[in-house]
Ligand binder design. Structure first.
Ligand SMILES: C[S@@+](CC[C@H](N)C(=O)[O-])C[C@H]1O[C@@H](n2cnc3c(N)ncnc32)[C@H](O)[C@@H]1O
Length: 358
């Protein structure tokens, strides 16, 4: 392994509507966070009529899965304040497809902007590992399927793509350390941004009480497919060694660790933290249609939309090279075929939480 080569930074989701078309698993998984978000909107202290109520969406991607949650929170706020200005700020990485987000906000019949002249949408293209909006400006925060992404890859994973399945204790410890650091940095920034009494609802990837991360067959298919691309000469073994999925699942204890001393961290209190099993929408559809090819294609599409850009970043030439397009297409096809050969249900541990600024 060449340690001198810099590991690629995590990449945003695939753009041009690809994430939107391949994020039904995320849409189903985030739904247990909705009652928490709506209840938060119903009870959070709102600014007096002079100022806007500001809602932040941390890790919006192209907004496909943001319209529903933000729309429901807006409806709950409208019961309390029928005409007060509401500002919604969608935050994502600078290279996110913000054009797709704004098109959706303007054109989607389900957009929360429809029929309400006092709602204003904007976006911030900056990492949420920094403060991204003014201090004490946010009344409500929402984040789904986002904070499992690390700020950086701490080291290569020699025997896997996803650290949860690595046999190296050293590698697992490095990722756990990075995950803990990132979580604290994220919380500190939100601690500054939230107004007193402000609430932040998060749904993110988890490990369950037995330490299980899930996605076993999907990840085995992905790793097997990448190895096949090496043996077919599509990528080099050195490129494969640099490839790692920059996500982690956090256990309930890991989520709560910063709050362990004294109950608060960065002015935030954890009101509820619950690990649950996300619904595997793709499996449920397969049980109806028995279409194994569609099953394989959908899980490959899920993987391509979310993690292939980060894998492609490890290629010589990066994500925009012609080689990257070939790599992505071959990996998707190979993965889809492997998954279609033996469809199984995917175990999807998630955690939902509600944090309150004291
Ligand atoms: C899997 S998508 C989730 C999108 C949407 N919230 C949903 O539930 O489907 C994760 C999003 O988090 C964004 N993200 C990852 N790291 C980030 C960071 N440091 N700052 C801001 N956004 C980040 C990614 O770019 C991506 O758009």
């Amino acid at each position: 392994m060449s340690d001198s080569r810099r590991l690629a930074d995590p990449e945003p989701m695939e753009g041009h509507g690809f994430y939107a078309r391949n994020s039904q698993v995320q849409a189903a998984g985030l739904s247990p966070g909705l009652p928490l978000f709506v209840a938060s909107a119903a009870e959070v202290p709102v600014p007096d009529d002079a100022g806007p109520i500001v809602i932040a969406d941390y890790g919006s991607a192209d907004g496909a899965n943001s319209l529903g949650p933000i729309g429901e929170a807006v409806a709950a706020l409208r019961h309390r304040r029928s005409a007060q200005a509401i500002s919604v700020v969608h935050c994502d990485l600078p290279d996110n497809d913000f054009a797709a987000l704004f098109r959706r906000l303007n054109n989607d019949p389900g957009s929360y902007l429809r029929g309400d002249d006092a709602i204003y949408a904007s976006a911030v293209g900056r990492s949420y590992f920094e403060q991204v909006v003014p201090s004490e400006s946010i009344t409500l925060g929402w984040s789904s399927w986002a904070i499992q992404w690390l700020s950086r890859l701490p080291m290569p994973i020699p025997d896997q793509l996803q650290v949860a399945y690595s046999r190296s204790a050293e590698v697992r410890a490095a990722y756990e350390h990075q995950a803990d650091d990132d979580w604290r940095v994220f919380l500190r920034a939100r601690g500054h941004e939230l107004r007193p009494g402000g609430r932040l609802v998060i749904v993110t990837m988890a490990v369950d009480a037995e330490g299980k991360f899930g996605y076993e067959a999907v990840l085995a298919a992905m790793y097997g497919a990448v190895q096949k691309l090496v043996s077919d000469g599509v990528i080099s073994s050195e490129e494969m060694r640099q490839m790692a999925i920059p996500t982690v699942g956090r256990s309930r204890d890991e989520v709560l660790a910063p709050f362990a001393e004294g109950g608060t961290f960065a002015g935030l209190r954890a009101e509820l933290v619950e690990v649950f099993r996300g619904e595997d929408r793709i499996w449920l559809d397969y049980l109806n249609d028995h279409d194994a090819r569609r099953f394989g294609a959908r899980w490959a599409g899920f993987s391509r939309a979310s993690v292939f850009p980060s894998l492609a970043a490890a290629l010589d030439g990066g994500t925009t090279s012609a080689r990257a397009a070939t790599f992505v297409a071959r990996l998707e096809a190979e993965m889809a075929a492997r998954l279609a050969a033996a469809p199984v249900e995917t175990y999807i541990p998630l955690v939902r939480m509600c944090l309150v600024k004291g």
